[in-house]
Design a protein around this ligand. Structure first.
Ligand SMILES: Cc1cc2nc3c(=O)[nH]c(=O)nc-3n(C[C@H](O)[C@H](O)[C@H](O)COP(=O)(O)OP(=O)(O)OC[C@H]3O[C@@H](n4cnc5c(N)ncnc54)[C@H](O)[C@@H]3O)c2cc1C
Length: 393
């Protein structure tokens, strides 16, 4: 089958890899001029994530790139430590910078995939035998299937299923992250100043102490935010965090030198799409069931890509059966993972002083922490379908 995938983030290249192994001809169209390497570290936990990575032949390479996890320290504005969380809390079993994963998946999938960077689909017309796709730059083309793996603000979803406001719910917080040169000599791990409804954190890259990453989070009702206007995004961050002490003024100053492509600012939101496919068009990853930060979106996108490709192989060309089985398997799993994302904002930056105190007190106790870690693994466990026939290659 000729299959168009929109989005070269995590789910898109993972799906392309599997489709090529099953003998299909995937094309990936990505809006950015190359793989978008921004973002913090992302993590994998539990046997399901690790099995998919192993079956993709990526686990060893991923382990070679891993950060070793990110211990988190929360302080008050006077620098007094209020809570420490161990590396495995945010880092799972394998944690890797998102950018490294994006590059790895691109490289791994490239031999069997046609990549169209710097382009996007502008219209999708379904016909009984396929989908006619118009692009901003490339000539119009016919595909057997179109998969939207273009993230929380999916273009394919907007074109085929309707406007974003129907499917994406704002969860009351915004998050921002960007890399900067570690001129302050910050230690590895993440150390953040908490005030009610805000967190300003930073830490060195554990593999390169000259590099560091910033992470800001703040509570806010939905703002009329243009995610493609870096100057406005930077102004918003400066305004929201102007009053916090060292090292926050330094972090904000590094915004002047950050490459706009490396700045990631988004609302903490959740996508819920009642049906993930319509005829020959389907959604994958954040486009279908995303949760920004904390909802295990990366692991879910990888698992969903594996299941979708396996079901297409099993159904032997019957895309309706394959898409129905894919959604039936992945939806309840994704929903469980998403729930973690619903609580990320209130967890990282409780809105009141009392909420902060309560979080610090409860999570300062090891038994509760261990229970939360075990729960994370249970949630991320799924009975994976076996491939219907041996993949090629
Ligand atoms: C730059 C960036 C940084 C991120 N940082 C974090 C982070 O720090 N922490 C975290 O938890 N999650 C982060 N995420 C989200 C995380 O990657 C996803 O939750 C998860 O990996 C699911 O992957 P996905 O492939 O569904 O979506 P994504 O990884 O979001 O990938 C979607 C891809 O689609 C592309 N795209 C968007 N619109 C179009 C279009 N119209 N046409 C073609 N392509 C399009 C995007 O450029 C992107 O490459 C980030 C996403 C991006 C794009």
């Amino acid at each position: 089958m000729r299959i168009l995938i929109s989005g070269a983030g995590i789910g898109g290249p993972a799906l392309a890899y599997w489709l090529a192994r099953y003998g299909h001809r995937p094309t990936v169209v990505e809006l950015a001029p190359g793989p978008r390497a921004g973002g913090q570290a992302v993590d994998f936990r539990g046997p399901t994530h690790l099995t998919v990575l192993r079956r993709m032949g990526l686990l060893d390479e991923l382990r070679a790139h891993r950060t070793g996890g990110t211990p988190m320290t929360f302080t008050d504005p006077r620098g007094r430590t209020r809570l420490r969380l161990p590396a495995e809390f945010a880092g799972g079993e394998v944690e890797i910078p998102r950018g490294d994963l994006v590059r790895l998946l691109h490289r791994h999938s490239a031999p069997g995939t046609e990549y169209l960077f710097g382009d996007t689909a502008t219209a999708l017309r379904q016909r009984p035998d396929g989908v006619l796709v118009s692009f901003r730059h490339a000539p119009e083309r016919h595909f057997d299937l179109v998969i939207g793996a273009d993230g929380l603000h999916s273009r394919v979803r907007a074109l085929a299923f309707g406007p974003e406001r129907r499917y994406v719910r704002h969860l009351g917080y915004y998050a921002a992250t960007w890399p900067f040169p570690n001129r302050l000599g910050l230690p590895a791990g993440s150390t953040g100043i908490n005030t009610p409804g805000r967190l300003a954190a930073a830490g060195a890259d554990p593999r390169d102490p000259d590099r560091a990453g910033a992470f800001l989070l703040f509570a806010s009702p939905e703002l009329p935010l243009d995610r493609h206007d870096p100057a406005r995004l930077k102004a918003l961050l400066r305004e929201r965090f102007a009053d916090l002490p060292h090292p926050v003024p330094h972090l904000l100053a590094t915004l002047d030198e950050v490459d706009d492509r490396d700045l990631y600012v988004d609302s903490i939101s959740r996508a819920d799409v009642p049906a993930w496919s319509d005829g020959r068009i389907a959604l994958l990853g954040d486009a279908a069931c995303g949760a920004t930060i904390g909802g295990m979106g990366t692991g879910t996108a990888l698992v969903a890509a594996y299941v979708l490709a396996a079901e297409l192989a099993r159904a032997d060309g019957d895309h309706r059966t394959a898409l129905t089985r894919y959604e039936r398997t992945v939806r309840p799993y994704a929903r469980r993972c998403q729930r973690g994302g619903d609580r990320t904002g209130p967890f990282l930056a409780p809105r009141t002083a009392r909420g902060l105190w309560l979080r610090n007190t409860l999570l300062g106790r090891r038994p509760l922490l261990d229970r939360m870690l075990a729960m994370g693994e249970d949630i991320a466990t799924l009975d994976l379908p076996e491939p219907a026939r041996a993949p090629q290659g």
